[in-house]
Design a protein around this ligand. Sequence first.
Ligand code: AMP
Ligand code: ZN
Length: 118
Amino acid sequence: MDCLFCKIAKGEIPSTKVYEDELVYCFKDIAPITPIHYLIIPKMHISGASEITAENSAIVAHIFETAAKIAKAEGIQDGFRIITNCGDNAGQTVKHLHFHLLAGVKMGWGPESVQAVE
Ligand code: AMP
Ligand code: ZN
């Protein structure tokens, strides 16, 4: 399958690794929007949040455990945001489930965060 994040998880495409175990891979986003901007992905291919099922949802719990571990290690547990974009209207550009871990700046929240763009 021609999937960018499957290739990154396998090390076939270079990335800056932050954390890895047998189930997940975490690396730096190539175009960070906050001072800390990591992506946490399952090593197994799941195309997005709409494809989470009773059979594969344990990986999501593991991803959130991983995020908490990384937040502690980075000293950002006082303020971070986890986002997953699903589908074209949400701006998902890579069709392999991934969670953005954003931190290092005070972030706004409200309707302006989700302005319609077209
Ligand atoms: P999304 O738009 O939610 O699908 O997020 C995809 C993210 O992947 C974007 O923030 C991109 O900057 C990031 N990205 C795309 N290609 C790479 C890459 N080769 N290495 C690291 N991050 C990437
Ligand atoms: Zn994939």
